[in-house]
Design a protein around this ligand. Structure first.
Ligand SMILES: [Cu+2]
Length: 171
């Protein structure tokens, strides 16, 4: 019994301290380097906007193409128009349609709102739409802000020249 109690306690404490230092060194390295190179921002353009002339002036549907030449995805999150009482994003289902809260546009890709799929529902157009008339749509994108387009009222059977290829993401 030559060693004083304090010396023993000190040795034990030093061992614990050395252990925690080792842990810190082990877990600390590498985890701070989490910044990946930023992709180029979304670059959105909207084309071929049209509204098939509706039999019921109180309700119409708008379609358009959204393309994104940027390196980041974006999302259409809302639609408004000064010419309607309300506008909403809808998706057709087999029997009906449902409201959706957004439409994704992939990086370097495109998305079509087209017959049988996603569309903009326009309620209460004023004045009642006529062939050739333009209806302004304000599209809100998550990253690109508001994009304003003029949708043209077309005959009910109108098909845009871009329509036939549902999987046209190459251009
Ligand atoms: Cu609808």
């Amino acid at each position: 019994m030559r060693l004083p109690r304090t010396a023993l306690a000190g040795a034990a404490g030093a061992a614990v301290l050395a252990g925690s230092l080792a842990l810190t060194a082990c877990g600390g390295s590498g985890s701070a380097a989490g910044t990946s190179a930023a992709a180029s921002p979304a670059s959105i353009s909207v084309s071929n906007a049209y509204i098939p002339l509706s039999a019921t002036p109180d309700m119409a549907v708008a379609y358009f193409d959204i393309s994104n030449t940027g390196g980041s995805a974006d999302r259409l999150t809302g639609v408004s128009s000064p010419s309607v009482q309300s506008a909403a994003l809808n998706r057709s289902t087999e029997t009906s349609m449902e409201q959706i809260d957004g439409v994704d546009v992939p990086a370097h890709g495109s998305t079509q709102l087209a017959r049988g799929g996603t569309h903009v529902m326009l309620m209460g157009l004023k004045p009642a739409p006529k062939l050739g008339q333009h209806v302004q749509l304000r599209l809100s994108f998550q990253h690109s802000g508001t994009v304003t387009v003029e949708a043209t009222v077309q005959p009910l059977t109108y098909q845009p020249s871009s329509a036939p290829t549902p999987a046209s993401s190459t251009k």
